[in-house]
Design a protein around this ligand. Structure first.
Ligand SMILES: Nc1ncnc2c1ncn2[C@@H]1O[C@H](COP(=O)(O)OP(=O)(O)OP(=O)(O)O)[C@@H](O)[C@H]1O
Ligand SMILES: [Mg+2]
Length: 350
């Protein structure tokens, strides 16, 4: 007998082509039927690229057949046109999060480049500059901020509103608080929109100077909904130095520009390595790529963050390096980036 859970477990071993994230966390699984002798999975993709669809279908079938040898296995992949960017100026709803002065997305085209790590450390760094700061984990497919801030309790709900949790001077809210991980498995586009809106409408946010939005990777539906409905004041794009990541970063920059969200700049993460023994700097991937791309895109290079075990451990242990290791050069880089973002926002308005 095949169970849905067993099928999901198998699907989690199939990565979305080009990403190191599995297809379940990408939210593309539409339906799973599991019976005594059959397994059927429906997948819906928002891309015209049939090679992606073919690859996902083949790999999913292969993995399912391996696990459910005695079952008939059927995988259907429906491909829909990707979301269209509106070229109209965005029409923000004036009442959307009016208590928050500046709303800034932390985004990237590519997954796994360190968006959440950067968002968490920047939020703590901004709080240290004296701003009141909110952090919204808008990654509906893989919320990771509560873990990175060491928050395991659920937020208080008074029957009407949900109250954000404060940690390291940052007001935090995450979809991870509201649904079980298993519930988030099958999300359709319309549900994604609803979830994001709920996170913003049903939360008792206090008055805040700035809110950072940790975005899901990519330039699809969720990113577009968020950018268009929140009236973002800016976007920070995170990239690693490799060409593939930079290409995706450029896509991200273009997406935000199309919906008239100013780009505050690019952060190059995992930029270089400082040997903890001899202090020598090594550019592990390549160097200068982000700087060149910034020049071409006429945007700022906000900072270069080294690859550093303490940054990763900070995330795993729930104590961001900016909060736990204040006198390190790494914390210094985050503080500098935070200062730069703050200065740009203050210069522009309000
Ligand atoms: N500068 C760094 N040095 C060392 N490790 C890092 C650094 N930045 C991020 N990491 C590690 O890389 C992994 C991915 O980072 P993170 O989860 O922040 O990426 P992401 O872009 O938010 O990923 P996703 O697209 O899945 O949301 C994590 O384990 C994190 O601790
Ligand atoms: Mg993330």
């Amino acid at each position: 007998m095949a169970t849905k859970d067993a099928v999901v477990e198998v699907l989690r071993q199939v990565n979305y082509p080009g990403f190191n994230r599995d297809i379940v966390s990408f939210g593309i699984i539409q339906k799973i039927d599991a019976t005594e002798d059959a397994v059927a999975v429906q997948i819906v993709l928002k891309t015209n690229d049939t090679a992606v669809g073919d690859q996902i279908k083949a790999e999913t079938e292969k993995q399912l057949k391996k696990k459910f040898v005695k079952h008939s296995v059927r995988v259907t992949v429906e491909q829909q046109a990707p979301p269209q960017f509106s070229t109209q100026p965005q029409q923000p709803q004036p009442s959307f999060l009016p208590m928050i002065k500046y709303k800034v997305a932390v985004a990237s085209g590519k997954g796994g480049v360190g968006k959440s790590t950067v968002a968490v450390n920047l939020a703590v760094a901004l709080a240290k500059t004296g701003m009141s700061v909110g952090l919204m984990d808008a990654d509906i497919y893989g919320p990771s901020i509560p873990m990175m801030l060491g928050v395991s309790q659920k937020p208080y709900y008074d029957g009407k509103k949900i109250y954000p949790i404060e940690k390291y001077g940052v007001q935090l809210m995450s979809l991870g608080f509201l649904v079980d991980n298993s519930e988030a498995v099958i999300w359709r586009g319309s549900l994604v929109h609803k979830a994001i809106q709920q996170l913003m409408n049903d939360v008792a946010w206090p008055e805040l100077d700035i809110m950072l939005f940790d975005m899901p990777p990519g330039t699809g539906d969720a990113q577009l909904t968020l950018s268009q409905s929140v009236a973002l004041d800016g976007a920070v794009i995170v990239s690693t130095p490799q060409d593939v990541a930079l290409l995706d970063a450029v896509k991200g920059v273009k997406m935000f520009r199309k919906v008239n969200v100013p780009i505050l700049g690019i952060v190059e993460n995992m930029s270089y390595f400082i040997c903890p023994h001899c202090g020598e700097r090594t550019d592990i991937f390549s160097s200068g790529g982000a700087r060149k791309e910034c020049e071409r895109l006429e945007t700022k290079l906000l900072g270069e963050i080294p690859i550093d075990a303490r940054i990763r451990m900070g995330g795993d242990e729930g104590v961001p390096i900016v909060a736990g290791k204040e006198d390190t050069a790494q914390t210094g880089v985050f503080m500098e980036i935070a200062g730069n973002i703050k200065a740009q926002l203050l210069e522009h308005k309000k």
